[in-house]
Design a protein around this ligand. Structure first.
Ligand code: DX5
Ligand code: ZN
Length: 228
């Protein structure tokens, strides 16, 4: 799956930018929406009113990535508005198990994100309550940063736990995904790839989505081959 991040789109033309990557076969699977509060991360973007407006102008499921403090208080609104997947940061959530239950009860998938240096192991029990694991492959806050390869160790761990039935999360990666990095991420076992600058920085965003998916498909299914 490919989830273009509108962080790299033109915020004054969001409806058109969403339409540029949707449209049936080969289009975006999800539209990734980066919500930043200027506190959890040193950047400020958009919030619930813009997400509500986006929901009314696109059929592409919205993947809301909340880089905010106190998600226990604020995340539910995105689920109630109709976001398909609502992801919160484990570093910010006070009671992530209750939060996941609330998001699911409001009709959304619940996502949990880890920053590049946050280990997975302390959160494996928490992850059993979640639908999506978002592995950050840059420090959250800005688009266009370089991919941090060591996070692929966490992807491989999550992939192994999913493949052996110990977790049921979809494994998503976010940050620095482009034509040069997507194959390594796919080989490590990623299911869903967020790409901001690689999609919206391209002359033809829809073609960029198709090209990224084709590259990922070439490598997917190869994870674990060297371990057997
Ligand atoms: C960064 C955001 C990402 C960002 C990725 O904090 O979470 O979703 O848009 O941008 P690229 O793909 O340019 O690294
Ligand atoms: Zn994001």
């Amino acid at each position: 799956m490919i989830a273009p991040s509108i962080l790299s789109a033109d915020f004054a033309r969001l409806a058109e930018e969403a339409a540029a990557v949707d449209g049936g076969a080969g289009g975006a699977d999800w539209l990734h929406v980066d919500v930043m509060d200027g506190h959890f991360v040193p950047n400020l973007t958009i919030g619930l009113p813009v997400v509500q407006s986006l929901l009314s102008c696109t059929d592409t499921p919205l993947d809301c990535h909340l880089m905010i403090e106190d998600p226990d208080r604020w995340a539910i609104g995105y689920a109630e508005a109709g976001a398909y997947n609502v992801t919160v940061h484990v570093e910010a959530a006070k009671d992530p198990v209750a939060l996941a239950a609330n998001l699911r009860a409001a009709g959304a998938k619940a996502g949990l994100s880890v920053k590049p240096d946050t280990p997975l192991e302390p959160y494996l029990d928490v992850l059993r309550h979640y639908d999506t694991l978002l592995v950050m492959s840059v420090e959250p806050g800005f688009g266009g940063q370089g991919f941090i390869p060591h996070v692929l160790d966490k992807v491989r761990t999550a992939r192994r736990l999913v493949d052996t039935g110990q977790l049921t999360v979809l494994v998503e990666i976010d940050g620095g995904i482009n034509d040069d990095t997507i194959e390594a991420a796919a080989e490590a076992g990623v299911d869903c790839f967020v790409a901001g600058s690689a999609v919206y920085g391209a002359d033809d965003p829809a073609a960029a989505v198709r090209r990224l998916r084709a590259k990922a498909e070439l490598m997917s299914g190869r994870h674990g081959e060297g371990e057997k």
